[in-house]
Design a protein around this ligand. Structure first.
Ligand SMILES: Cc1cc2nc3c(=O)[nH]c(=O)nc-3n(C[C@H](O)[C@H](O)[C@H](O)COP(=O)(O)O)c2cc1C
Length: 263
């Protein structure tokens, strides 16, 4: 991790925090047959590694998220596709050869959020992950500093406004963007989550919860077991990292379940 946001406070705190962890290997354990299989939402996965969604992968690789899907297939890892991917959910699932989860930026128009969800579900995506830590823009100070030295015009590639911005983000193809002006929904609250829960046919999870108070509120909105990023530094560099191994109960059973932490 190179940068965070506001003063890089949490970036430093996380680096220091993680330095306190060390491996404590146990010896004389039979490793001739290694089974890393894990179960998430009732589905068995051979690997516990999940590829987090990152938008606009054409910026990094000529094949965009197709390359990620191929890598996920090679390692049999679970892939989560970003709303703002340069690859459609249909093509990602085809390249992965297995269901891919869909990360949702709902925009500020409910109809767009609903259309994105329906599209992902039609494609065969079993889980919708609503990103809740991007209601508004972040203060990336490094970006602001570097931008001064970069003479390129952002709009030359990214366009002006949401419609032009998503022109190369095929999950939006065919969706009426009337009234949509932002990727996130700045007025998103628990009522929105409940409405989305009633709309999504499969599993719904929240991506970006940090405070334990929110983890407590989530099941009341009908949310399935929570995701919790361990390093949402780019979003919350002025808050402490709350990724403790909290145990909690979910609505699918009475057994306490560890909160899932993304890498
Ligand atoms: C380049 C980049 C793009 C990202 N794009 C998205 C995105 O479109 N949607 C989203 O929910 N998270 C996005 N994220 C956040 C990641 O999914 C992930 O939660 C975050 O990077 C923390 O995981 P890490 O510590 O492994 O980086 C992005 C992160 C990076 C670095």
């Amino acid at each position: 991790m190179v940068t965070g946001a506001d003063d890089e406070v949490t970036l430093r705190a996380n680096r220091e925090g993680f330095q306190k962890f060390q491996l404590r290997p146990r010896r004389l354990v039979d490793v001739s047959k290694i089974d890393m299989a894990t179960e998430i939402f009732g589905a068995r996965h051979d690997s516990p590694i999940v590829i987090a969604p990152t938008g606009g992968n054409l910026a990094f690789h000529a094949e965009g998220e197709i390359a990620v899907a191929k890598a996920a297939k090679a390692g049999n890892h679970l892939q989560m596709l970003a709303t703002g991917a340069n690859t459609s959910i249909e093509d990602a699932i085809a390249a992965r050869g297995a269901p891919v989860w869909f990360q949702l930026y709902p925009t500020n128009q409910w109809a767009v959020a609903e259309a994105l969800v329906r599209r992902a579900e039609r494609a065969g995506s079993p889980v919708i992950a609503l990103t809740v830590d991007t209601l508004s823009l972040n203060n990336w100070e490094t970006l602001a500093r570097l931008r001064r030295t970069d003479t390129r015009n952002c709009a030359d590639c990214h366009g002006e406004g949401l419609a032009q911005y998503v022109a190369r983000r095929p999950n939006f193809d065919g969706i009426d963007l009337t009234g949509a002006t932002s990727f996130g929904a700045p007025n998103m609250n628990w009522d929105f989550v409940k409405r989305l829960r009633d709309t999504v046919k499969g599993k719904l999870l929240l991506k970006g919860i940090l405070a334990h108070e929110d983890a407590v509120l989530a099941p009341r909105a009908g949310i399935d077991p929570l995701e919790n990023n361990s390093s949402q530094l780019r979003r919350y560099s002025s808050t402490k990292n709350h990724s403790k191994t909290a145990r909690r109960r979910n609505r699918w059973g009475s057994q306490p379940q560890p909160t899932t932490f993304w890498p």
